[in-house]
Design a protein around this ligand. Structure first.
Ligand code: HEM
Length: 239
């Protein structure tokens, strides 16, 4: 298909315009729906994950310190973390995996319906039953994880997720198509926050990690923290 111009307007569809002057309203609608799905599925999920990661880090200053040391060793204080650095930052990757484990942004994944009668885990499931996969519970199952409620990035050696029990992006045919982008966005976001600022809780009390309600899983109380710019900020901000 030739390149086409998608014109999105609040008032509705204007058509998908091809270079040869033709247009296609149906294709246009499909393109808009896909774009909206990507924006909806891709923004809040990543933002919520970064908030959980920061909440966990200020509650575990020794983990934050170790992540800062890794960033200072591999990236330094003269330039901002870049996408190409992420593959070397194993501890940062482990922090993000551990955040995904404890607080998956889509805890029930996306509902499934079997197209024929089947058996799942010993249960007879009739065709068209709506099934929910509770990734949140699987991620905290003591049969699968040691000390499951403890935030311990070291369980992901070399920043690698082992096995199939970590499923923040779902699994199978309908797996999240933005998972690679999301891991980079969250990695760069959290990495630059750690590199550029010193973070602390607003009080001695640990940040409350209760979950709120929502399509994605937000913190019940929005995160409040204090931050102080590190020296790198003087170098990277325009004079
Ligand atoms: C931390 C960030 C993200 C998390 C935790 C996340 C999680 C998920 C999960 C659990 C699913 C359902 C998969 C399943 O049921 O097997 C999903 C689907 C999807 N995600 Fe993500 N996602 C994230 C970021 C993104 C981004 C950045 C994009 C796009 C740019 C995106 C686009 C989508 C789309 C389009 C689907 C539907 C796929 C389908 O039904 O075929 N997601 N995501």
């Amino acid at each position: 298909m030739d390149m086409a111009v998608v014109e999105i307007s609040l008032s509705g569809c204007r058509g998908l315009a091809y270079p040869d002057g033709t247009s296609d309203l149906y294709e246009h609608k499909r393109a808009v729906v896909i774009l909206i799905a990507i924006i909806l599925a891709g923004t809040d999920t990543s933002a919520v994950t970064m908030e959980w990661a920061m909440a966990l880090l200020v509650n575990h200053p020794q983990v934050l310190e170790k992540a800062r040391a890794e960033l200072d060793a591999y990236v330094g204080q003269d330039r901002l973390i870049d996408e190409s650095d992420l593959s070397k930052l194993n501890y940062l990757k482990a922090i993000i995996l551990e955040t995904f484990r404890l607080f998956p942004a889509a805890p029930l994944l996306v509902p499934r319906t079997p197209s024929s009668d089947c058996t799942i885990g010993g249960f007879d499931v009739p065709c068209d039953t709506i099934l929910l996969v509770n990734a949140w519970a699987i991620h905290r199952d003591p049969k699968v994880w040691d000390d499951p409620t403890n935030f311990n990035p070291d369980r992901f050696k070399n920043g690698e997720a082992i096995g199939h029990m970590l499923m923040p992006f779902g699994m199978g045919r309908r797996v999240c198509l933005g998972s690679s982008l999301a891991q980079r966005v969250v990695g760069l976001g959290i990495g630059s926050l750690i590199q550029c600022f010193e973070w602390e809780r607003v009080s001695e009390e640990a940040v409350d990690l209760s979950e709120g309600k929502g399509l994605t899983m937000p913190k019940l109380e929005p995160l409040e923290v204090t931050c102080k710019a590190r020296d790198i900020m003087k170098k990277i901000l325009p004079k």
